[in-house]
Design a protein around this ligand. Structure first.
Ligand SMILES: NC(=O)C1=CN([C@@H]2O[C@H](COP(=O)(O)OP(=O)(O)OC[C@H]3O[C@@H](n4cnc5c(N)ncnc54)[C@H](OP(=O)(O)O)[C@@H]3O)[C@@H](O)[C@H]2O)C=CC1
Ligand SMILES: O=C(CO)COP(=O)(O)O
Ligand SMILES: [Zn+2]
Length: 346
């Protein structure tokens, strides 16, 4: 059996910090709510959402610092201690992932209230949890509702929106890798999930100049694409349609770079290199990233060229079960250097 779970409500608009109350009531979510936010997102929108909820619900709160197993366990303990009926995550990808996994483990629903449009985990059913230096995407449940407040997302530095473009353009190489694994390893492949995922990538290429304006329309375009990309992952039952070798490269950077860049920024640069390895038109991908003002090389990522090459050579070890263009043996140092030089990444 193939189980596809999707959000029941998706709200995209302005002034939605109070709308949470109506959504929770419509969905019959129960009396006791637990709100998760980060140290910064608490100030950006979390506290206000919390105050609004307090008028109708019994609310407890937890400040989450990172997407680690420890933080998931802390959230789980809080759900149990407070007897929470449901959760709401107000924050970036890390906070949403912690809420996603904790609510799944506790068997309670959660609402996703993104404060950035920097990643496609906003509506997806899988959670990326950082542990012991590497990342694994774990199966969980999608949010019962997504509440994307354009005003809140617009307050984030433009860099986050450009990172969202990187996370969507990566679908081009992710789908290529998925097809490769289907042909070579007989892995399950969904034409629907792949098409939906590719649609988000094509949409950002087409709308790069509108996105660059960083206005309300830009935010709406990026958020819609990120939600579609998340739905594609839910249809596939894994992150396959949106995560291939370019994500392995980014996960490798997270493990070894002294100061990693944003997830979407790293996968964007990874996409340029993996597109080159796949024989795709990598120049067009680089051009789109440039047009939206996203990093396209080591210098702009703030990461040393040596670390980039090292990450390329170890990327295939991050998730060995996920077959990609990197094959089972990965890239030699020489091949990694070549690919990075030819594409102008180093
Ligand atoms: N599950 C999935 O399908 C997917 C998961 N991901 C995961 O998502 C994560 C990346 O998410 P991303 O949002 O880029 O990064 P983070 O969630 O790690 O957030 C980065 C920083 O941005 C801050 N921040 C959040 N919102 C705002 C805002 N409006 N203005 C200013 N600062 C803000 C956060 O604050 P604070 O300190 O308060 O948190 C944090 O310090 C990665 O862990 C990645 O693996 C990515 C794609 C898909
Ligand atoms: O980031 C993701 C999709 O954009 C999730 O992928 P991972 O499974 O690689 O964590
Ligand atoms: Zn991603």
């Amino acid at each position: 059996m193939h189980l596809m779970q999707l959000p029941r409500e998706v709200l995209l608009g302005e002034n939605l910090k109070g709308e949470v109350v109506n959504v929770a009531k419509r969905l019959g979510l129960g009396e006791k709510a637990l709100i998760l936010y980060g140290p910064r997102t608490k100030e950006i929108a979390g506290r206000e959402v919390e105050r609004n909820l307090q008028e109708s619900f019994d609310v407890s709160a937890l400040t989450v610092k990172a997407a680690t197993t420890g933080e998931v366990e802390r959230a789980l303990a809080k759900i149990r201690d407070e007897g929470a009926d449901w959760l709401i995550a107000v924050g970036g990808g890390s906070i949403i992932d912690v809420a996603k996994l904790a609510s799944f483990k506790a068997g309670v629903p959660f609402i996703s209230f993104p404060t950035t449009a920097s990643h496609d985990g906003i509506a997806s059913a899988n959670a990326s949890i950082k542990d012991l230096g590497s990342k694994t995407s774990v199966k969980a449940v999608p949010p019962v509702a997504v509440i994307a407040d354009v005003e809140v997302i617009k307050t984030a530095p433009y860099r986050y929106l450009a990172a969202g473009v990187g996370d969507m353009i990566s679908n081009l190489t992710a789908v290529k890798d998925w097809r490769l694994a289907h042909r070579i390893k007989g892995e399950y492949y969904s034409e629907y999930a792949a098409s939906l995922s590719l649609m988000s990538a094509k949409m950002v290429i087409k709308n790069a100049d509108i996105i660059r304006l960083g206005n309300e329309e830009s935010v709406r375009k990026v958020v819609k694409g990120l939600i579609s990309s998340g739905v594609a992952m839910s249809i596939a039952g894994s992150s396959r349609p949106a995560s291939g070798a370019e994500h392995l490269f980014s996960h490798a950077l997270d493990a070894i770079a002294p100061k990693p860049a944003l997830h979407g920024e790293q996968v964007g640069v990874g996409t340029i290199i993996m597109a080159y390895l796949h024989g795709l038109k990598w120049e067009r991908i680089r051009e789109t990233l440039k047009r939206v003002g996203a990093p396209t090389n080591a210098y702009e990522l703030g990461i040393e060229p040596d670390i980039i090459v090292e990450a390329l050579t170890i990327a295939h070890t991050i998730r060995p079960e996920r077959y990609t263009i990197l094959g089972r043996d990965g890239l030699t140092r020489e091949a990694a250097e070549n690919a990075a030089k030819i594409t102008g990444v180093i």
